[in-house]
Design a protein around this ligand. Structure first.
Ligand SMILES: Nc1ncnc2c1ncn2[C@@H]1O[C@H](COP(=O)(O)OP(=O)(O)O)[C@@H](O)[C@H]1O
Ligand SMILES: [Mg+2]
Length: 228
C-alpha cells in the first residue's frame, strides 16, 4: 500500500461570485520512503496539494488516502491528530515562533502531544544536533541566519517522528548555496530514517535529491513524459 494515494482530487475555492479551481482531478501516488519533487508554474496548485496532503485543508472532491486512511472521512479532531503525529511541515518562510528559542520551537509539536518536559528537551537537543545546530539551541530566530532558521524548522518538522515530510519551497528564501545545503540535509534525514518526503521546489537542483520529479500544470499532475 503506498503511503499516499490521491485520485481525482478537486479543490475549489469560492470567493464571492468567483470560483477558483485550484486542483482539477489530480492523481498522485507516493510510495513509502520515496522523495518526490513537485515542480510547476506559480498558481498550478502545488501549495494547495501540500495543504491537502498535510490535512491543513479539505478537498472538494476525489479520494485522498494517507497511510490507508481516507482524509475525507476524518473529523476535524482526527485531522488535527493526524497533522500532529504523521506530518512534518517545512515552509518557505520558516514559520518559527519569534519569541521562542530554537530549542523551544522544536519542542512545540511535542507539547501538543503531551510529551514530558524532560523528554522534549532531550529530543529537541538531539534533533538540533542532527541538523548541525547543537550550539544554537538558545538562540531566537532573529539571532539565526536564514539557513539556520530553516534547519530549526526541519528539526521541528521531525519532532514527532512523522511518516511524511512536506516541504513547500523550503529554499525559496535562501541563496543558492544555502539552499543546496538545505536540500542535501532534507535528503540525508529522509533517507537515514526512511521518511517519505514531498518537496515543492523551483530549484533545478531538486533533481539531484529527489527519487522522482512530478510536474504540475493547471491543478493536475502531468503524465510522465516519454517524449520530453
Ligand atoms: N485560500 C485560497 N482562496 C482562493 N484561492 C486560492 C486560495 N489558495 C490558492 N488559491 C488559488 O488556487 C490556485 C493555486 O494556488 P497554489 O496552490 O497556491 O499554487 P502554487 O503553490 O502552485 O503557486 C491559484 O489560482 C490561487 O490563486
Ligand atoms: Mg505555492
Amino acid at each position: 500500500m503506498p503511503l499516499l494515494d490521491l485520485k481525482g482530487i478537486t479543490k475549489v475555492y469560492s470567493l464571492g461570485k468567483t470560483t477558483v479551481y485550484a486542483l482539477r482531478g489530480l492523481d498522485l501516488t507516493v510510495e513509502r520512503g520515496e522523495i518526490v519533487a513537485v515542480m510547476g508554474p506559480s498558481g498550478s496548485g502545488k501549495s494547495t496539494l501540500m495543504h491537502i496532503l498535510g490535512a491543513l485543508d479539505t478537498l472538494t472532491d476525489g479520494v485522498a488516502m494517507l497511510d490507508g486512511q481516507s482524509l475525507a472521512k476524518l473529523s476535524e479532531d482526527q485531522l488535527a491528530d493526524l497533522r500532529g503525529r504523521k506530518v512534518g511541515f517545512v515552509f518557505q518562510t520558516f514559520n518559527l515562533v519569534p519569541t521562542l528559542s530554537a530549542q523551544k520551537n522544536v519542542e512545540l509539536p511535542m507539547i501538543f502531544l503531551g510529551v514530558s518536559r524532560r523528554k522534549r528537551a532531550a529530543r529537541a537537543q538531539e534533533l538540533l544536533a542532527k541538523v548541525g545546530l547543537a550550539d544554537r539551541a538558545h538562540h531566537k530566530p532573529n539571532e539565526l541566519s536564514g539557513g539556520e532558521r530553516q534547519r530549526v524548522a526541519i528539526a521541528r518538522a521531525l519532532a514527532n517522528d512523522p511518516e511524511i515530510i512536506l516541504a513547500d519551497e523550503p529554499t525559496g528564501n535562501l541563496d543558492t548555496e544555502t539552499g543546496a545545503t538545505i536540500l542535501d540535509l532534507l535528503r540525508r534525514l529522509s533517507k537515514e530514517d526512511g521518511k517519505t518526503m514531498v518537496l515543492v521546489t523551483h530549484d533545478p537542483e531538486a533533481a539531484r535529491i529527489a527519487d522522482r520529479i512530478v510536474r504540475m500544470r493547471d491543478g493536475r499532475v502531468l503524465e510522465a513524459m516519454a517524449h520530453g
